[in-house]
Design a protein around this ligand. Structure first.
Ligand code: ADP
Ligand code: MG
Length: 728
């Protein structure tokens, strides 16, 4: 093993022990660093408290004088938690979170100082954030952007900073972040769903979308990770031969969590508890050194914030344990990638999960209404949903065998398939009393007991119904959940609006009873949406063919997939719902397409550098050793030497051939990059990077990985897969 790699490995055993209050109950520390309802009761005047609660529950505006009261209470509480600074915490379109810290400290007269934090500072800030991507919306010199407090997500103290969740918008009103469109989509689905709920229960006033994410990640020793330029610069390995042992024994999955990883997780969970992130489950994942963490689900906006915060916290806690967290969707070739399943449902303020079958035929009809409308929404917008999860890194995972394919389909299980088949045969028009009784007893009434058995979950499906929620499994581990959640809630909102219009029309124009109208519309939806339902193996080639026949999209690469974001249909959909106007949609598209180019560009450069500066010189060095050896053999054996140097000569030739291939391919790739860079149009440029540049990666990697097998381990400059994946 090379010295560099040896030192890195030694580091692995030098991590500091953690300092957790082991005997403190998690329930006692839960939310201790969050300005939540009970803390607000304690620190706010009654008027301020009620005003904030009303803003949270009903979206009402907070008065400026009330904001002053809130900020004072918030500051006192934050200082009691050790905070010295405050920041508006937001999610710019880089996908990461952003913050700019200001001190509470403010000098006053005669050399004294106070801690100050006014309502104005709470409500609105103007970060000089001109370098965040804005897709051309915000000319740096003209329109400025500002952050504005989002009271629906509580403030929290992290380290010594009071963090206030905010939206980030341009002065001209356009959203510059992930949160703003999400909040708009959640509002749209709320009002659309409430209107539909009224068919079943007049008391429903609010419907919340819920999200329960499952975060997968790799935990790699930081010394080893830092010894790999590709991991440091791109978040994944661009080369590396598969280890002799991978995940084929399945011995890591749900196995005992290694001690060092366990110490990290405990420390991380404590931080999560303090921040009110209700993490509940942790376990090993399929690949070595791969793990998963999942919370109890929450209201979607809060859950999205929690996931963004979690990713920050994971990085910070990892530093204390000398780990590097890899969020990339495919950090290692040949072993499983990482995803972030988004479990999603809708629930009412009357305590009903709308995607959970009920106890009576009527509540089941409500369930079926939301269930079928969701399926229809996914069918009508499958391409947009695929676009919502598109990224250079997720392209490696989707369709790569252990992940859902790039084709969006819905799995519902045998029992619900049976129910839908029953509903599909409902008579056109008004139903006879006998038919209604039959339907209620034999179709709608049959759901609860059968659903208890949902063991036949299909892991290959990108969008699966799992008993009381849908699970969107194609979301990438690195992604900000706001993007898929905005799309999913928006398309369901749009669908529910259409549904209500159609049902009302049948009631008014055809004089149908409410039930009859609902059955009639649902029947048509079932017929229309059939092509999206798929219960078979999503990884199979047969499905690719079948999906094509059904007219489903299969956009394997990001530039192709993203186009759905600016289709006429999407622009109209977002515009109608008030989620995003045309400028905002186009700006986002522009940003994502540019990000794609940059990611591939960086990977190309890093791969070229490693191949030429690390791999080729090492191969030459080893070849020289072989040459010396052959010369020595010649000295000893004279003309007979070939008998003894056969393998060495063979190796020398193989090495030369790989070196030649690497150099010529890197040259071709660099040339392809140069040509792509001259393309002005960003869409065409992204396609050039995807189709002309990226294909060289595999070829370069192939020859480098072959050399890894030939060259003396002592000389090899890069930490190997077996060391990255099996060092615990
Ligand atoms: P699996 O790994 O089999 O998908 P898990 O138990 O790990 O299942 O994950 C289930 C996830 O679904 C959890 O994050 C949980 O909080 C979430 N969940 C459960 N009910 C709901 C719901 N009504 N809405 C949203 N998410 C939910
Ligand atoms: Mg899951």
């Amino acid at each position: 093993m090379s010295t560099l790699r040896f030192h890195a490995l030694k580091e692995a055993y030098n991590h500091k022990p953690i300092t957790v209050e082991e005997n403190q109950r998690r329930s006692e520390i839960f939310g201790a660093n969050v300005f939540n309802e009970s803390t607000m009761r304690q620190y706010l005047t009654k008027e301020a408290f009620e005003s904030v609660m009303d803003a949270i529950k009903n979206g009402s505006k907070i008065d400026r004088t009330v904001a002053d009261h809130v900020s004072t209470g918030m500051k006192e509480w934050a200082i009691s938690k050790g905070a010295t600074h405050y920041t508006h915490w937001f999610q710019p379109l880089t996908g990461a979170t952003a913050e700019k810290h200001d001190a509470f400290f403010e000098p006053i007269d005669s050399g004294r100082a106070i801690e100050k934090f006014g309502g104005g500072q709470l409500v609105q800030q103007e970060p000089d954030a001109s370098s965040f991507p804005n897709g051309g919306i915000r000319n740096t010199f003209e329109a400025r952007g500002y952050t504005a407090w989002d009271p629906t997500s509580p403030a929290f103290v992290f380290g010594t900073t009071l963090c206030i969740p905010t939206v980030f918008v341009a002065y001209t009103g356009e959203a510059l972040d992930y949160k703003t469109p999400l909040l708009r989509a959640l509002q749209a689905v709320d009002s659309a769903a409430v209107a539909v709920c009224k068919y079943f229960d007049k008391n429903v006033k609010k419907v919340n979308a819920s999200l329960g994410w499952e975060q997968e990640y790799f935990l790699i020793d930081s010394g080893l990770a830092m010894s790999r330029p590709d991991i440091m610069l791109t978040g994944r390995t661009l080369l590396g031969h598969s280890p002799a042992k991978g995940q084929q024994l399945d011995d890591h999955y749900f196995g005992t969590i290694p001690n060092r990883a366990m110490a990290y997780m405990r420390d991380l969970e404590t931080e999560c508890m303090l921040l009110g992130i209700p993490v509940k489950t942790r376990h090993n994942e399929v690949a070595p050194n791969q793990f998963e963490l999942a919370p109890i689900y929450d209201e979607a906006n809060l859950a999205v914030d929690h996931n963004s915060l979690l990713m920050d916290v994971m990085d910070k806690v990892a530093e204390r344990h000398n780990f590097k967290v890899l969020f990339h969707e495919k950090p290692f070739a040949g072993v499983n990638g990482s995803g972030k399943h988004n479990n999603w449902s809708l629930s009412t303020d009357t305590g009903i999960n709308l995607l959970s079958p009920g106890k009576t035929p009527m509540s089941n009809l409500q369930f079926l209404t939301f269930f079928i409308n969701t399926i229809k929404a996914v069918y009508d917008n499958e391409e947009l949903l695929r676009a919502a999860i598109a990224s250079a890194s997720n392209d490696h995972r989707l369709g790569a065998n252990e992940a859902p394919p790039a084709i969006i389909s819905v799995f519902i299980g045998a029992q619900l398939t049976h129910t839908l088949n029953g509903l599909e045969n409902v008579t056109d028009g008004k139903l006879s009393p006998q038919e209604k009784t039959d339907l209620k007893l034999n179709v709608v009434g049959k759901i609860p007991d059968v659903l208890l058995d949902n063991t036949d979950r299909n892991r290959t499906s990108p969008f699966a119904f799992t008993g009381n929620k849908f699970e969107f499994r194609a979301v990438g581990s690195k992604a900000n959940c706001a993007n898929p959640m905005t799309v999913l809630n928006a398309i369901v909102a749009k669908q529910l609006i259409d549904f209500k219009t159609e049902v009302d029309l049948l009631i008014e124009k055809k004089d149908m009873k409410k039930d009859d109208a609902i059955f009639n519309v649902l029947r048509e939806y079932i017929k229309m949406s059939k092509p999206i339902l798929f219960e078979g193996n999503g990884y199979s080639e047969a499905w690719e063919k079948e999906a094509k026949k059904r007219g489903l999209s299969n956009n394997k690469a990001t530039p192709q997939a993203l186009k759905a974001k600016i289709s006429k249909k999407t622009l109209q959909l977002f515009e109608d719902l008030g989620v995003m106007n045309k400028i905002e949609s186009e700006a986002r598209y522009e940003i994502e397409i540019e990000e794609y180019v940059l990611r591939i560009q960086i990977e190309g450069r890093v791969l070229g550098d490693i191949a030429r500066n690390h791999i080729v010189p090492t191969a030459v060095k080893y070849q020289n050793i072989l040459i010396t050896n052959v010369k020595g053999l010649k000295d000893i054996y004279g003309s007979d030497f070939k008998k003894y140097a056969k393998e060495q000569l063979n190796l020398i030739e193989q090495i030369s051939s790989h070196i030649e291939s690497i150099n010529s391919t890197v040259t071709k790739m660099t040339e392809a990059r140069r040509i792509s860079n001259t393309i002005e149009d960003s869409e065409r440029k992204a396609e050039a990077y995807c189709n002309e540049v990226k294909p060289f990666f595999e070829a370069i990697r192939y020859h480098c990985d072959k050399l890894e097998l030939l060259v003396d381990d002592e000389l090899w400059p890069l930490t190997k897969y077996r060391e990255l994946l099996f060092t615990k």
